[in-house]
Design a protein. Structure first.
Length: 608
């Protein structure tokens, strides 16, 4: 525990909904889309009762304390009932992404030794049933909508006794990592680990009755679970999205949340849409830039008196409309998992929307550092939370230690020994820096370090993120390990390219828009601008615009949308070899004199 009073949260997550139900019984806990339209609500008292029904059903299925129960479903209220029902039964939650492929699904269920799986629907149930031959320990497969009404439920007193007996040191969850370089590893997280996160973050991100958190992130992801805990601990309302990711922007205006956890893409997309609309008007881009400048000055309390009238005009034409797109009540938004474009942060801040970046990993129970209303430095991922020590190793790796650090991987002592040293320091695998005020910046991944054939060490993410600052680029991947120089594979943002093409009266090939010279020139400009921000050895000499996006289905992204670099390199091996062959041919034709120059030139915007 921190210095906070122990009454601030329940002793364990097993009694979580008993604790919240007693304190906020009549308040609205959950809000979700009703089948007939509109929104339905669930009070804290009703939430407690539904969790009890789920827990009693699991006990009726014979689930013992400490056994693993997997949940394979989309984000919805039933996920929450099942989640807390598993914990109340003294069991261990194993969340599984509904988008997981068959091999990953089989691995997670077998490695965790799950005795029961609660599935989203009949289709997911059938997927698990088809794997039964590989899962000798699996005893029950249940559809989520049917769990609470199963016959043979245990008495309520038995469930309450089981929940009360859970120790903070017991495992609450086994969360499987994304598996960017191999099979996912199961991170054991105890009730105490997750409680330490609540102790440290509750004073920083305050909320309570009357506040509403809009949740569209998958509850299989730890960040969404942490947001769920925090919202409900404070007596706020958890508002679930309707199930279609394309409806999120429209639902935000309707749901009117006060808090929004999100991946950067949502904020960057809104920024791009507004900028595109501005650029479609004569002089609109200049007016947009000036509005952002004035908004930032106002946010910093430095708006000159002579600019007040222009600022008020921008408030009516831009700032208020952007706030309205989020429902008009947003107090703060939280983002993590990937860097967010600085231009997007500036734009939202100018409009009166605070977006805070944080950093953590599953092995740290989700949080290591956090920007928050009382302490923010844009461009960093904040200062370490209370109770978490952070230091930078000699090789630049970020190390963390504290009560939130996991005890190890499930049934994988070798991996645990690699992640945790004898002094309890977690080796995150991330490279970073701490500034004089204690703010942490993440500069790359240790395993992703590229060493060229000339012996130059390059962190690819710096240039990749610089290229991705172009709103016309969705992903950039640097290739160059044991090669003479780096090259890049780039995917396009289809919507932004289409909007740009319409403005410029360009008609690119719908199947392969990157083949059009004007589109190529547009991306050349983005790459040249990015190259100018890094040292010469880290600049890419050539790039290929791919005709397809990286996807989970293709195996090039994890379920959490992290890049699988090895899979990308294997899938596009032919394209990569062509880039290097073209570079060699240019060097030969130039007599070796052009070998150090980029394979493209910067094209002025008017030439597009």
């Amino acid at each position: 525990m921190s210095a906070m009073d122990e009454a601030v949260r329940p002793r364990t997550l097993a009694v979580f909904t008993e604790w919240t139900g007693e304190r906020y019984a009549a308040e609205t806990a959950l809000r979700h889309k009703a089948a007939e339209g509109g929104w339905s609500t669930v009070t804290y008292g009703q939430l407690r009762d539904r969790v009890r029904e789920s827990g009693r059903a699991l006990l009726g299925l014979g689930v013992a304390a400490g056994e693993r129960v997997a949940v394979l479903a989309e984000t919805r209220p039933e996920w929450t009932y099942t989640h807390f029902g598993v914990l109340a039964a003294g069991a261990v939650l194993v969340p599984v992404y509904p988008t997981a492929g068959e091999a990953e699904l089989a691995w997670v269920l077998s490695d965790s030794e799950a005795v029961a799986v609660v599935c989203d629907d009949a289709a997911q149930t059938a997927r698990v049933e088809a794997l039964r031959g590989k899962l000798p320990g699996l005893r029950a497969v249940v559809a989520m909508d049917e769990l609470r009404s199963l016959p043979g439920a245990a008495p309520e007193a038995e469930l309450l006794a089981r929940a009360a007996a859970v120790d903070p040191a017991a495992d609450a969850s086994i969360v499987y990592t994304s598996g960017t370089t191999g099979l996912p590893k199961g991170c054991r997280l105890t009730h105490g680990n997750l409680g330490a996160i609540q102790d440290a973050t509750l004073p920083l991100v305050r909320g309570g009755p009357g506040d509403s958190t809009y949740l569209y992130l998958p509850l299989a992801h730890l960040l969404a679970q942490l947001i769920q805990y925090t919202t409900l601990l404070e007596g706020g309302e958890l508002c679930y999205f309707g199930g279609r990711i394309e409806d999120v922007i429209g639902e935000l205006a309707e749901a009117r949340p006060t808090h929004l956890p999100s991946v950067p893409r949502l904020f960057e997309k809104l920024h791009s849409v507004v900028l595109s609309l501005a650029e479609a008007q004569e002089g609109g881009a200049d007016r947009f830039g000036e509005a952002v400048r004035l908004g930032l000055l106002a946010a910093e309390g430095r708006l000159p008196a002579e600019s007040r009238e222009a600022y008020e005009a921008a408030e009516k034409s831009l700032y208020s409309l952007v706030r309205g797109a989020f429902g008009g009540r947003l107090k703060w938004a939280l983002t993590g998992g990937a860097p967010i474009a600085p231009a997007t942060l500036h734009f939202l801040r100018a409009c009166g929307i605070a977006v805070f970046e944080g950093y953590g990993m599953t092995e740290s129970a989700g949080v290591i550092s956090l920007n928050h209303p009382a302490g923010v430095r844009y461009g960093s991922v904040g200062r370490p939370i209370e109770g978490c020590e952070v230091r930078i190793a000699e090789d630049g790796e970020v190390l963390a230690r504290g009560p939130m650090i996991f005890p190890g991987y499930h049934a994988n002592a070798a991996a645990t020994a690699q992640a945790l040293d004898p002094e309890g320091w977690l080796h995150t695998g991330d490279l970073g820096e701490l500034d004089a005020d204690g703010y942490l910046s993440i500069t790359g991944r240790k395993k992703e370090l590229i060493i060229t054939s000339a012996g130059k060490n390059i962190t690819p993410t710096e240039l990749e993120f610089a290229i991705q600052r172009s709103r016309y680029v969705s992903r950039a991947v640097m290739i160059g390990d044991r090669r003479p120089h780096p090259v890049a594979l780039i995917t396009l943002d289809a919507e932004e390219i289409a909007a740009w093409a319409a403005r410029e009266s360009v008609t690119p090939d719908p199947v392969c828009p990157g083949a059009h010279p004007a589109v190529r020139a547009l991306i050349e400009e983005a790459v040249a601008s990015a190259n100018a921000t890094v040292s010469r050895p880290a600049r890419v000499r050539a790039f290929r615009i791919l005709a397809e996006e990286f996807t989970v289905d293709a195996g090039t992204l994890t379920p959490t949308l992290k890049l699988r670099r090895r899979a990308v390199a294997e899938r596009y091996a032919g394209e990569i070899e062509e880039l290097y062959a073209q570079g060699s041919a240019r060097a030969v034709r130039a007599g070796g004199g052009d070998a150090g120059k980029p394979a493209f030139r910067r094209v002025p915007r008017q030439a597009e």
